[in-house]
Design a protein around this ligand. Sequence first.
Ligand code: KG4
Ligand code: ZN
Length: 338
Amino acid sequence: MIILAVESSCDETSVAIVKDGKTVLSHVILSQIDIHQAFGGVVPEIASRNHVVHMTRVFDEAIKQAKITTEAIDLVAVTKGPGLIGSLLVGINAATAFAFAHQKPLIGVNHLVGHIYAANIEYEIQFPALALLVSGGHTELLYIKDHLEIEMLGTTLDDAVGEAYDKVARTLGLSYPGGPIIDKLAQEGEDTYHLPRVYLDKDRFDFSFSGLKSAVINVVHNANQKGETIRVNDMCRSFQESVLDVLVDKTKRAAELLDVKQIILAGGVAANQGLRKRIQSEIKKRELLIPSLIYCTDNAAMIGIAAYYQYQKEGAHPNYLLGGESTISFPKYTKDEL
Ligand code: KG4
Ligand code: ZN
């Protein structure tokens, strides 16, 4: 089954052609990062407008690179949410128009489910699995019982981890997006600032990162008032160590409690070198699925992979009427242990 997939939930315009929930035949990602850098973050209105400008070209390029004709496409898939509503609507309208014009079935995919299924490109997801989904908008530990049977063990109560990275980077005068820069500088620094580790309840799986972000801001403001300079590399390392201690500890505990076969790293923050190394060194008993960097950050291939499994289960959307839904989430895990 050949699927054309579209992703436009934030600032990447992406179209991919994938086969049978596994093989990526072509994959085009047009990033707007350089446009938004000037503003220190994604400006939703500018993101939507740029999706409109580039979407058709990205469609054409993906079809050309896959060396297929439009007749060969069996299904059109598109991210329906969560994400920036204006950006989502551009992708949804483009995918709907394409599907309608070529008389192909259409399916809307949850962006977070897409991030999880990115792992199926280079590995094979087996159940039960645990996903640590860490991105600019989400920090979630998810229990995956079977294909598309996903329950939430815990989520962030305030800032998402990627959001905390981006805000700390801004406080330190680093550019957007902050995650990759902090990650790089952290490798050249030491954990000398001893920032707090916010575990909340150690036996539960919710997260909180706004206190840690405030701790960094306080240290920076105090130093500024005293005319002292911040050792930026050390601050990046201290911040990153604090984040990783909590993420890895909770992931290990959840994996033990639910005795999962695999642990999947997903989302933009899964590109973090520190996180990738730490989780590999601390989790030996279970198979780790850590996608290549290109499949961690936003991309359409992951949407096409998830769409394949969703189509087997639910079929296509009946009448080409998909709305942008910016707040789709998972049901809460309700077993007594939590
Ligand atoms: O999944 P993603 O591309 O978009 C969302 O769905 O949010 O994630 C983007 C987030 C940004 O906050 C960015 O700073 C973070 O992922 N990120 C990283 C790294 N690369 C991207 N955070 C930490 N370390 C990285 N290497
Ligand atoms: Zn994402």
